[in-house]
Design a binder for this molecule. Structure first.
Ligand code: PLP
Length: 380
């Protein structure tokens, strides 16, 4: 008998929950006519500021642009080294490269998959010896777990590096009493539909407590607009605004985000209970509440297990099948002299299971049972 697959991410279930509210919000924008920088944009920024505890939230067109605009506001460009983890989505490396700066790939920690401070430390001297100016580091909160900012800040302070938190996967997560996006001088997040806080298209935001940086970012996303309004261009900027319709949708979704994250935590707890005696389950450090963008196991026979799970109707994903430094786009890239051993090993072992707030207990049990069956077969 064919088994019906369960969805990896179920945006339709969230839509059913918000049915009516989203349609009404979109309709208000359509009828109101303020399609660019309408009142919903400022309202979203204000509410995200309250939610995240960060003073300024500046929305923009997507998460990649959020990273780029912050680096650009800091004047980063050719000759500058920007340190990034090797085990991440393309955007983290693209942002510095797009500005003509040099991304320097560092290894990640075995336990959290996040930037390894020891790898960063040795990469800085290496970049200097190549004639580059070490300027910034972009720790990524991979799969929803904020990176080790205490350790990273200590190194950044010693070497004068600016720290930009890539919170594309972690919006809503907590570490040491602060929300993701607020652990560094600036944070960047993404509203890509499948993200913890996603819209119905592309969108992103930058977060900072720094008044001057926030003003610069607001100007950069709107063609370098100055105090004289839209046609007063005081710096070279871009079309980088979040659509009003997307802001209206995000306002509805932000209102239920904390509840959704509690539901994700319950799924993660049940997976942990059902799987931790058989599989390498995610390690969440003390003082951290993950946003659970992904729930990722490490499995030595990963590809075969993935195929078996697919047959049982359990979709899984491999984030990421290649270290970013090994992608053709970054051929010949500078890497930490400490090596990228962990990043490269993880690409062969990681397997992300379905996790979302609307995954009911029956579906969770199906996932756990199928994973256990596949792993027990190998253990025995
Ligand atoms: C770690 C990370 N950084 C940056 C981004 C870029 O976001 P966007 O797709 O909105 O450009 C993403 C997601 O897509 C991501 O996962």
């Amino acid at each position: 008998m064919a088994v019906s697959p369960i969805p990896f991410v179920d945006l339709a279930a969230q839509r059913r929950r918000l049915e009516g509210r989203i349609e009404a919000a979109v309709q208000r924008v359509v009828a109101g006519g303020a399609y660019i920088m309408g009142p919903e944009v400022a309202e979203l920024e204000r509410r995200m500021g309250e939610h995240s505890g960060v003073k300024h939230v500046v929305s923009c067109a997507n998460g990649t642009q959020a990273l780029e605009l912050v680096l650009r506001a800091w004047g980063i460009g050719p000759g500058d080294a920007v340190f990034v983890p090797a085990f991440t989505f393309a955007a983290t490396g693209e942002a510095p490269a797009w500005l003509g700066a040099t991304p320097v790939f560092c290894d990640v920690e075995e336990q959290t998959f996040n930037l390894d401070p020891a790898s960063l430390e040795v990469a800085i001297g290496h970049a200097e010896r190549q004639g580059l100016r070490p300027r910034a580091v972009i720790p990524v909160d991979l799969f929803g777990v904020p990176a080790d900012y205490q350790a990273i800040h200590a190194i950044a302070r010693r070497h004068g590096l600016l720290v930009l938190q890539d919170a594309a996967q972690s919006y809503g997560a907590m570490r040491d009493g602060r929300r993701a996006g607020g652990h560094a001088l600036a944070g960047a997040t993404s509203f890509y539909p499948a993200k913890p806080l996603g819209c119905y298209g592309d969108g992103g935001a930058m977060l900072t407590d720094d008044d001057e940086l926030a003003a610069k970012l607001r100007s950069l996303r709107f063609h370098g607009m100055g105090g004289g309004g839209q046609y007063d261009n005081v710096q070279v900027g871009t079309t980088g605004r979040l659509d009003t319709i997307q802001a209206a949708i995000l306002l509805e979704k932000l209102a239920i985000l904390d509840e959704e994250q509690a539901a994700r935590q319950r799924v993660a707890d049940r997976y942990e209970q059902g799987l931790s005696n058989l599989a390498a389950t995610p390690r969440v450090p003390e003082g951290v509440a993950s946003a659970w963008a992904q729930y990722t196991l490490r499995i030595s026979d990963r590809d075969a297990v993935k195929a078996e799970l697919a047959e049982a109707g359990i979709p899984t994903m491999v984030y990421y099948p290649k270290a970013l430094a090994d992608q053709a786009a970054f051929a010949g890239a500078l890497t930490s002299p400490g090596g990228l051993e962990v990043s490269r090993r993880l690409t062969g072992e990681v397997l992300s299971l379905p996790i979302h707030p609307y995954l009911d207990e029956a579906a969770q049990d199906r996932v756990v049972d199928a994973v256990r069956t596949a792993l027990l077969k190998r253990a025995g």
